[in-house]
Design a protein around this ligand. Structure first.
Ligand SMILES: *Cc1c(COP(=O)(O)O)cnc(C)c1O
Length: 377
């Protein structure tokens, strides 16, 4: 049997390798000049909004909730159609996660459902740009702000995309990214938080570095000595090392090309599958310029598992993104019941992610399309 065609994978060039080895030969492995450079390079893709780099998308979410001051007694309104980390990191801060149902078209959180889920305790609304298609970021920001809450955009899928003419990273109060190898660009493990508000950004930066306060003006004991630094609120070490930031900057130089290639492959699937009865191809809403991370095919008539197994047997590494977050036993044990978000559950029941990554050949897409057509013949 042929090797499994993965649903996602990194694209690494000799330039990427050279960028990493150059840092390895230098003085800094951890926090050196490549970190600030990567953060500045990322800002060039988010409308100039500054960023803090961190060790993963999960760390980015944890940092963002910490910066927002999320804690015990607070509620976080969250989409269930995401990787568990979007909700888990809020729960780890002691917050209660309130799930709001998703729209049947995009799998993104529904604005009316968010509005209905908001209470006086809501501190953050957490949306995901599912598959790379931006959520209704303008409307979500308005709903969150009207309630005195912040909008957190989990943009793990969508770096390089835009909504209503403005790039992802420039809409929400806090935007988080993941640079895991299957995502739109990679630093191996890695992530970032983008944030326009200087105070929030400073809190994010502090939390990702043990909570250390180095600014003498803010220190309680500034006369302790030149070596002195102090912790006012607990933090963690989520610093992304120089070595990986160098890879990130090198990858970012190809982000526009990645987005274009992913869109071409996406369109090729659309064209190949448009007339197949039994599936629905992904929707692009007006105003969205997605940076497609996934190709989320919808398999109708209860045949998703059958098609999943058929394609897997033929060496096509399809995936399902995602089981509704509250189905995870950790949430079920807290009392979250199946049926809570019927839209998301239906979306999950039908969803099948086809292989999508920049190095995928047109012929690979054609083979996947042919196998799907064979399944339905
Ligand atoms: C990948 C992903 C994360 C977690 O990112 P890691 O870098 O793997 O920790 C969070 N949210 C979403 C939507 C993701 O796809």
């Amino acid at each position: 049997m042929a090797d499994l065609l993965p649903y996602g994978r990194q694209s690494i060039t000799e330039d990427d390798v050279a960028a990493v080895t150059e840092v390895l030969r230098g003085d800094w492995l951890t926090t050196g000049p490549a970190v600030a450079r990567f953060e500045a390079d990322l800002a060039a893709h988010t409308g100039g909004v500054p960023a803090v780099s961190v060790t993963s998308g999960t760390a980015a979410l944890h940092v963002a909730y910490a910066a927002a001051g999320v804690g015990q007694g607070d509620e976080v309104v969250c989409t269930p159609m995401t990787f568990v980390a979007t909700a888990a990191t809020a729960a780890l801060r002691g917050a209660t996660v309130v799930f709001a149902d998703t729209s049947p078209e995009t799998g993104n959180v529904d604005v009316d459902a968010v509005r209905a889920a908001i209470t006086p305790r809501t501190k953050v609304v957490a949306a995901v740009d599912y598959a790379g298609h931006p959520a209704a970021l303008d409307e979500l920001a308005e709903v969150a702000h009207d309630a005195g809450a912040l909008l957190l955009e989990d943009a793990a899928h969508s770096v390089g995309g835009s909504w209503r003419g403005r790039p992802v990273g420039s809409w929400a109060d806090l935007t988080t990214f993941s640079f895991f190898p299957t995502k739109n660009l990679t630093t191996a493990e890695g992530g970032a938080v983008s944030c326009a508000d200087q105070e929030l950004l400073a809190r994010a930066r502090e939390f990702h570095n043990h909570g250390l306060v180095r600014d003498k003006v803010r220190q309680r004991f500034p006369d302790e000595g030149g070596w002195h630094q102090e912790v006012h609120e607990f933090g963690l070490n989520y610093r992304l090392p120089d070595v990986l930031c160098a890879l990130g900057s090198s990858q970012l130089s190809r982000l526009p090309a990645f987005v274009v290639r992913r869109a071409e492959l996406h369109a090729r699937y659309d064209a190949g599958l448009a007339d197949v009865d039994g599936v629905a191809t992904p929707v692009t809403l007006p105003g969205a310029e997605p940076a497609w991370h996934l190709y989320p095919l919808r398999v109708l008539g209860g045949r998703r598992r059958e098609l999943y197994e058929f394609l897997r047997e033929r060496g096509i590494g399809v995936q399902v993104n995602y089981v509704p977050v509250y189905w995870h036993p950790v949430f079920a044990d807290l009392g979250y019941r199946r049926g809570l978000c019927p839209g998301a559950e239906r979306f999950y029941a039908e969803e099948l992610s086809l292989p999508l990554w920049p190095g995928l050949a047109d012929a690979d897409v054609d083979r996947v399309v042919d196998e799907i057509r064979t399944f339905y013949r």
